[in-house]
Design a binder for this molecule. Structure first.
Ligand SMILES: C[S@@+](CC[C@H](N)C(=O)[O-])C[C@H]1O[C@@H](n2cnc3c(N)ncnc32)[C@H](O)[C@@H]1O
Length: 365
């Protein structure tokens, strides 16, 4: 039987015109949160949900739109104000039925204490990245949100816009927001954000165009690189990259006039068979575990996309202790010429060569 909060969410979905197929079931587990299961066999091409864009929480749909836009805030910063504002309205928010289903925050390293970051991430590539995230986001809050709270035309409760609330909002946005279209930008998409991730095993796909269009505008794969760590580190960079991106075709309205598709609707379409009783997964991209932890707060066992990034400084230090500094400088300038970030393989082969040579020398000695 559905939990009380799920029943309230289902009623809310109905009131917003969100159509959810009877073939989907929602499981609510106190430890693992919500997951989606198939109640009967699902087939490729089945449309399992339709979500009006007006039901999504974006800067454009939020009651705080004017305040956000007149302060010149956009992207994730603007969306976080929209989210904090709607949360501050509690039952009076048009999204109350959706917001009550969200956790207060997602347990990303961003919301860990500095002590936790130091003790749990020390020695990993995330350690520095998270500290930078925290600093940058704190500055974002101090420079943009704090003044807004005190100068807003409507009276705002400062505690709903505290730095803690801001970090909580950012954690929810990092782990559940979608790029909707050019007009709406990023937004919280009710129902679409209930699907858990499985690497390389997408069952359901989000699109705002016809399923017959071969998903040609798909941008989910924008998540599919392992350089995600930089993506939530700086305001501008964050906003120029896509989260679990929805599709918006520039030709959407032309297309819809031909096909009769409603361009104001987002659809969720099955992209492969799922047997009755099995979980229905989305994929957040082909991400290594560091990137998954950074952005979504979990890792995946036996993740085939897991990689280890090695600090170039460390490699150089090690190299120079074994080889002449002339040789190391030559290597470094080669890496710079070939743009090392895209050519990690060269670094890896060099390290392996080092390791092998060291091993050989040890064996011979
Ligand atoms: C878009 S939400 C998915 C729905 C979520 N389970 C809920 O309760 O609302 C993303 C969050 O779900 C959790 N999640 C998704 N996929 C997961 C997985 N494969 N393993 C562990 N947690 C996962 C993580 O907490 C992640 O930040």
């Amino acid at each position: 039987m559905a939990s009380r909060r799920l029943r309230a969410f289902k009623r809310w979905m109905k009131s917003q015109g969100i159509q959810c197929s009877d073939t989907l079931d929602f499981m609510d587990c106190p430890q693992q949160g919500i997951s989606v299961r198939a109640l009967s066999d699902l087939h490729e091409g089945d449309v399992v949900a339709k979500i009006p864009k007006t039901a999504c929480l974006t800067i454009k749909t939020s009651g705080a739109r004017e305040m956000i836009e007149s302060a010149g805030l956009d992207g994730h910063l603007g969306l976080s104000v929209a989210l904090m504002y709607e949360k501050s309205l509690a039952q009076d928010s048009p999204w109350a039925g959706y917001l009550q289903l969200l956790p207060p925050q997602e347990c990303l390293p961003l919301v860990w204490t500095l002590g936790e970051v130091d003790s749990l991430l020390s020695g990993t590539e995330l350690h520095k990245a998270i500290k930078e995230d925290k600093t940058l986001m704190y500055e974002d809050w101090k420079e943009n949100i704090l003044p807004l709270v005190y100068s807003a035309p409507q009276s705002l409760n400062p505690s709903s816009f505290s730095v803690k609330e801001y970090f909580a909002a950012r954690s929810l946005i990092a782990s559940r927001s979608f790029q909707i279209d050019e007009y709406h930008g990023f937004g919280m998409v009710p129902l679409a954000d209930l699907f858990n991730h499985k690497t390389g095993a997408e069952d359901v796909h989000f699109t705002s165009v016809s399923p017959n269009q071969e998903y040609e505008d798909d941008v989910d794969s924008e998540n599919g690189d392992n350089n995600e760590l930089s993506k939530i580190s700086s305001h501008d960079k964050r906003d120029s990259t896509c989260e679990n991106s929805y599709i918006h075709s520039d030709s959407e309205s032309d297309y819809s006039s031909v096909t009769g598709e409603d361009p104001m609707m987002l659809q969720m379409i099955m992209v492969r068979e799922v047997k009755s009783g099995d979980e229905v997964f989305n994929t957040y991209g082909s991400l290594g575990n560091a990137a998954l932890l950074h952005r979504y707060g979990f890792t995946e066992a036996n993740n085939p996309f897991d990689i280890v990034n090695i600090d170039l400084e460390l490699v150089l230090k090690w190299g120079c202790s074994l080889f002449s500094s002339r040789y190391c400088r030559a290597r470094l300038s080669l890496w710079r010429r070939i743009n090392i970030s895209g050519s990690m393989i060269h670094v890896i082969s060099w390290i392996l060569a080092f390791a092998l040579q060291t091993r050989l020398v040890q064996t011979l000695a």
